[in-house]
Design a protein around this ligand. Structure first.
Ligand code: HH2
Length: 290
């Protein structure tokens, strides 16, 4: 199948780069092992149902993932990742052709299959480092690309994350990755940056990044923040010493996401689209954007 995206169709995705209106990316994981059960579906039928719910909750983007990248997760083969994601993307695209779909993958063959089935955004948590062919695929399909910061790999990243200054280090990483992407034919104005909350970061690193987001926004690219139900929120929001489990982290997620918006986040990657939309709508009215 030929590439589905023509340059003329990319205008549909301009909202990604309009930093005046915050966009919401709904998580649709087609995996048996993602860290939050509410975001994962084990088969294409359940995933399609979840995608519908995200669209009903007014998600701007559906982020389809076929591999959990939680700390310590095992890598999934290319064939298995394609098997999990392509059919779901096909089904969503057939039912809702105007839905913006991103593919959450580090593998170029998974991305290529996804674009051929109707995805139109690349979300690469390795920021084009995992698969040497990824940059060329993203350039040739002319899709917007989300470059996320991660220290280490999902297998090792939480063992002992260290930075000189987490914000300065992430910023330097973004500068290097932007240069690399541009050198490989991906225009800078098609790139979104993501600090990678929870990816090779301690609680303090996550908090520092969220507090100092404006320093990352100063690079001039839209920022996506994906903190939904991540474990540091279970610690921050717990009344006692026992961290709250993923099922009990919605309120913390909403609070932290609104904080991120105030600090300049352009997009929010979330499991709870409707709740986030309601919180954001309220925020936007108060902020004069509604
Ligand atoms: N977080 C996860 C996965 N993909 N992509 C971006 N750009 N930013 C993120 O913060 C991000 C991401 C992890 O969350 P989830 O998909 O819910 O879990 P799992 O990796 O266990 O499937």
């Amino acid at each position: 199948m030929a590439a589905t995206r023509e340059p003329s169709q990319q205008a549909d995705l301009q909202f990604l780069f309009n930093t005046k209106r915050v966009w919401i990316m709904g998580v649709v994981n087609v995996t048996p092992d993602s860290f939050y059960a509410g975001g994962r579906s084990e088969d294409p039928v359940a995933a399609l149902k979840r995608a519908r719910a995200c669209l009903q909750g007014l998600a701007d983007v559906l982020d389809i993932g076929g591999e959990s990248t939680r700390p310590g997760a095992a890598e999934v083969s290319t064939d298995e990742e394609v098997r999990r994601t392509a059919a779901v993307i096909d089904a969503i695209h057939a039912e809702s052709p105007s839905a913006a779909i991103s593919i959450d993958t580090r593998k170029s063959q998974v991305a290529r299959q996804a674009f051929d089935h109707g995805a139109s955004i690349l979300n690469d948590i390795s920021a084009l480092r995992h698969d040497p062919a990824m940059a060329d695929v993203a350039a040739s399909y002319r899709v917007p690309v989300i470059l996320m910061h991660m220290q280490g790999t999902p297998q090792t990243m939480q063992q002992n994350p260290r930075y000189t200054d987490v914000v300065a280090d992430v910023k330097a990483f973004f500068e290097e990755r932007l240069q690399f992407a541009v050198s490989r034919g991906i225009p800078e104005d098609r790139i979104v940056l993501d600090p990678g909350i929870g990816f090779g970061k301690t609680l303090e690193h996550n908090v520092t990044l969220l507090k100092r987001l404006p320093e990352l926004a100063a690079l001039g690219r839209p920022l996506l923040v994906g903190l939904s139900r991540k474990s540091f929120l279970g610690t921050l929001s717990a009344a006692g010493a026992e961290p709250l489990p993923a099922e009990s982290r919605l309120e913390a997620t909403l609070a932290a996401n609104l904080w991120a918006v105030r600090q300049g986040a352009a997009g929010l990657r979330v499991h709870d689209v409707e709740a986030t939309r309601r919180a954001l709508r309220t925020w936007e009215h108060l902020d004069g954007r509604g």
